[in-house]
Design a protein around this ligand. Structure first.
Ligand SMILES: Cc1ncc(COP(=O)(O)O)c(C=O)c1O
Length: 394
């Protein structure tokens, strides 16, 4: 029976994230810290603009596969203004979220057996996208004690004749690291010296805290032909369900990436493209509000973790709305077992670190894109859990 399934799907392991979500649903009143999904709703002015577009009969058909011209023009303005990318409209492809952009980019770049260098831990979907394309993820551990910094030297050493690409997200899911400009310049040098493509996932570009800055590697002029940068409306405007994002690449890449985009998607949902247009052209206060909210929930989560120092060690996230504490108790060495126990006994849903690659083991991912009450509820329960039956100290 199984032999009918392709090898490319059979090699993909069950997702620990989805398994935890399924288990969490079986538990009443769970404190939920496991999804990287904003709990805020899409801002009203975006919803209203789409209602108007529907009433005006604009949303019933396909758009061109590249996306609506009006939207791509606004994306160009945004990329020039905020990312310092010297973009033109012919370099933009509107996609079904960042995910379909990333998947199409990987399909356009990777042949079977090609290697893709990635930091580890990293967003598990990137690993799967490379595997689905029959490529080989080469996972290079981040330097945890240095705030989960890129190990540039190790990445350089990992380049082989089979290496085709480097793929990463910054700000990072799951660690919350914002890779600094200087490191990304060094990464760009590795790509240029070895003729590699860099595929970026910049989903959390606007959620950067303190004095950190988001840097787009495509803004380095020499990298024009070597970067495919993927973006999304999902996080910035709390538009998870609309499924709309976009990518930027050299215009020679766009027709090649479209060869993957069209059979998977034809075009991004048109109603969602109108939502994206309203997001870019409307007031931007919501983005600042979300950023402030996440900075404050990050601070609260760090404070609550500080009170549990004998059980967790953590690197303060400089971006995204995720953090990746190390579990200091013995049982944390099996992060799935630990997170399942926390769910069953404390009713707190977290994500086992192993879901993000082998160097994620012994950690758990926590999301702080939730209301403060949810964080306090979760941590009150975690404290109680450690006070009670738990007796294995670090
Ligand atoms: C790093 C990263 N990229 C992409 C996505 C999904 O983006 P989209 O909804 O635009 O497909 C997520 C969602 O969790 C993410 O964490």
């Amino acid at each position: 029976m199984n032999s009918l399934f392709s090898e490319r799907v059979q090699q993909i392991k069950k997702s620990a994230i989805h398994e935890m979500t399924k288990l969490s649903k079986e538990i009443d009143d769970v404190a939920f810290l496991s999804w990287a999904k904003p709990t805020s709703g899409t801002p009203e002015h975006i919803n209203n603009a789409v209602i108007e577009a529907i009433k005006n009969g604009l949303t019933g058909g396909y758009s061109t596969s590249e996306g609506l011209d009006a939207l791509r023009k606004e994306i160009v303005i945004k990329l020039n203004r905020d990312n310092h990318i010297d973009a033109t409209i012919s370099q933009i492809l509107v996609t079904v979220g960042a995910i379909e952009g990333l998947a199409s980019a990987v399909m356009a770049v990777i042949d079977p057996g090609d290697e893709v260098i990635m930091p580890s831990p990293t967003y598990s979907t990137h690993i799967r996208q490379v595997q689905i394309a029959s490529g080989i993820p080469i996972l290079i551990p981040l330097i945890e004690d240095d705030g989960f910094a890129l190990d540039i030297e190790a990445m350089k050493q990992a380049v082989s004749p089979k290496t085709k690409a480097i793929m990463f997200c910054s700000p990072s899911n799951p660690t919350g690291t914002v890779f600094p400009e200087n490191d990304l310049h060094q990464l760009a040098n590795i790509a240029l010296e070895n003729n590699l493509i860099v595929i970026t996932d910049e989903a959390y570009e606007y959620f950067v805290f303190d004095n950190n800055k988001h840097f787009s590697i495509a803004s380095i002029p020499e990298m024009t032909s070597n970067v495919i940068s993927c973006f999304t409306f999902t996080k910035t405007y709390a538009m998870t369900g609309w499924r709309v994002g976009y990518l930027h690449a050299h215009e020679e890449w766009i027709p090649q990436i479209k060869k993957a985009h069209i059979p998977f998607a034809i075009c991004a949902p048109v109603a969602s493209q109108y939502a994206a247009l309203a997001a870019l052209t409307g007031p931007q206060d919501c983005v600042d509000d979300f950023r402030k909210q996440y900075r404050s929930t990050r601070n609260l989560m760090c404070k609550r973790l500080d009170e549990l120092k004998q059980f967790f060690d953590y690197q303060k996230p400089s971006g995204s709305y995720l953090m990746f504490p190390k579990i200091l108790v013995e049982e944390g060495k099996d992060s799935i077992a630990f997170c399942k126990r926390l769910l069953r006994e404390a009713k707190v849903s977290t994500t086992p670190g192993i879901a993000f690659g082998p160097s994620g083991e012994n950690h758990m991912r926590l999301s702080f894109c939730v209301p403060e009450d949810e964080i306090n509820k979760a941590f009150d329960r975690i404290e109680h859990f450690f006070e009670g039956s738990y007796n294995i100290l670090a």
